[in-house]
Design a binder for this molecule. Structure first.
Ligand code: MG
Ligand code: MG
Length: 247
């Protein structure tokens, strides 16, 4: 069931979204060669708690971190640890914040120092595919309209969209209906209405769209061919005449 949020709920989701956004800004400033993903995790945890929120991911299905940190060929769900960032890496950071019972969910891929032209292009295409995805979306649009716009833009630039992981509705729960795939056809899927809140999150690979789910740690998703991957996510609110980005 897809929930439609009340005016009061939307106000709380704006607050959750702002805290999610601000956490990512803080983390972006902290990224440098030598910094460990555990340090980033601790920074996020203390910032979120200090501002009256709770990290949505901590304990979710047993996830140990407050954020997901996925480096280079890691697509999503990387666990923070004693791994130090290196010049030339890219790191995808996914942050979820629960504020007074409502969640915000957002992800970015950042460069560590100077990165290759290919990685730079990957980050830019992934970010832009989100904005292409939400272009002209409003109440009455279909989820498939978002999906097809993301896929078309990514593939036009020679990259692939991950199919095994998708975006999602969000609100009182981190993951709600509907699923929001990054591939598909315009005019198909559930219809969006005013007051729905969804997380749109292109996961884009340089090479194959196939991914591998780690059996070793139970979480980390990597590209099957070992080539880099990037992630860009925002929580959005569907309006009568467009969308509002909450994160
Ligand atoms: Mg996320
Ligand atoms: Mg998400």
């Amino acid at each position: 069931m897809i929930t439609v949020k009340s005016v009061e709920e939307i106000e709380l989701m704006r607050k959750a979204g702002k805290l999610t956004h601000d956490t990512l800004i803080l983390l972006e400033k902290a990224i440098a060669p030598g910094v460990t993903t555990k340090q980033l995790d601790e920074l996020a945890y203390s910032y979120i708690i200090r501002n009256g929120g709770k990290p949505s991911f901590k304990g979710y299905g047993g996830f140990p971190g407050s954020i997901c940190t996925s480096i280079n060929e890691q697509v999503v769900h990387g666990i923070p640890g004693n791994i130090a960032l290196k010049e030339g890496d890219i790191i995808s950071i996914d942050v979820g914040v629960c504020y007074k019972g409502y969640h915000g969910d957002s992800a970015r891929t950042f460069a560590v120092g100077k990165i290759s032209a290919q990685k730079q292009k990957l980050i830019e295409v992934t970010k832009q595919s989100f904005f292409e995805g939400i272009k002209n979306i409003k109440a009455g649009s279909f989820v498939g309209d978002i999906s097809s716009q993301v896929q078309r833009y990514v593939e036009k630039h020679g990259f692939s969209v991950v199919k095994d992981l998708v975006g999602h509705g969000i609100g009182k729960h981190l993951h709600e209906d509907p699923s929001v795939p990054n591939y598909g056809f315009a005019g198909l899927g559930p219809r969006l209405s005013e007051g729905m809140t969804i997380a749109v999150e292109p996961m884009v690979n340089v090479g194959t769209d196939k991914v591998h789910f780690s059996k070793a740690d139970g979480w980390t998703v990597t590209t099957a061919d070992g080539q880099p991957s990037a992630h860009y996510e925002n929580t959005i609110l569907i309006l009568a005449d467009g969308v509002e980005i909450l994160t």
